[in-house]
Design a protein around this ligand. Structure first.
Ligand code: ZN
Length: 266
């Protein structure tokens, strides 16, 4: 079985993880730019991070037979320092034409603050001006529905962006119908020890259908599981779903969405 994990933060993972991905059939991954777990202090840190995402990590992945693509952007957790945010958004275009960059991501909202909205607006405008794909982070917990609606409205108000070229990630049961009905793709994230279990993700696929969904591990520097997609595929198999359907959810769907960027080659 061939699997694409469209959201995984490999700069935080070990080479053992790369070997496990390759052996498990996860031969293609995409890594959105993320918060490092602490706020970076200068734009130079972002030059280094974008270099790591576009040069160092694809080479590290290739040693294990894994294709590595990335997304560039400023995470909402680092949006409160507006002068730094402006500088970071200013350097992103220098890196967007690199051969493994798929678009802007993960950008979005965390606490739905005024500064977060301002920084997201600037990044949506940048994506629109260059016709880039977008990968969106939606807030967790009680801010999720409100934040998701704010984000959908901001994108729908930008006529140059087609919702079919935007993946709204970390969706949950109470946000999926609205995301889907407006023509966006949505992501289900598998978080160990919290709510996004393989069982819950398969329930969602059964309820809402296999259209426009991508399932991801979102594995990063915290407690997380780079093999979560495989465990969820196995849960589908255990419930009697066909190999065709499993292949569609874990391979054909992300391949279709990501192929909208001409640089993506399986
Ligand atoms: Zn992430």
């Amino acid at each position: 079985m061939d699997v694409i994990d469209p959201h995984i933060h490999m700069v935080s993972r070990t080479t053992d993880d790369y070997m496990k991905l390759a052996l498990g059939g996860i031969h293609t991954i995409t890594e959105p730019a993320f918060w490092a777990g602490f706020d970076r202090r200068s734009v130079e840190s972002f030059h280094d991070y974008f270099h790591q995402l576009t040069v160092v990590e694809p080479a590290r992945a290739a040693r294990f037979g894994v294709r590595h693509y990335c997304w560039l952007g400023l995470n909402s957790k680092e949006a409160e320092n507006l002068s730094l945010a402006e500088k970071v958004i200013g350097i992103i275009p220098e890196y967007l034409d690199r051969p493994t960059v798929l678009g802007l991501g993960e950008i979005g909202l965390n606490k739905n603050s005024r500064n977060e909205i301002k920084v997201l607006e600037q990044q949506i405008a940048l994506a629109a001006s260059r016709n880039e794909l977008i990968l969106i982070h939606t807030p967790h917990l009680e801010d999720k529905l409100k934040g998701t609606r704010l984000i959908l409205d901001m994108i729908l108000n930008e006529p140059r962006i087609s919702p079919s070229r935007v993946l709204i990630d970390h969706a949950e049961e109470h946000t999926i119908p609205e995301i889907k009905s407006k023509g966006f793709w949505y992501g289900l994230t598998l978080y160990p020890h919290s709510k996004g279990s393989p069982e819950r993700a398969v329930d969602a696929v059964e309820i809402y259908g296999p259209e426009n969904v991508c399932i991801n591990s979102s594995a990063d520097w915290s407690v997380s599981d780079p093999l979560a997609t495989l465990k969820t595929a196995n849960e589908m198999r255990r419930r009697g779903h066909s190999e065709e359907l499993i292949q569609r959810v874990f391979y054909e769907n992300p391949k279709f969405f990501l192929s909208q960027c001409p640089k993506f080659n399986k």
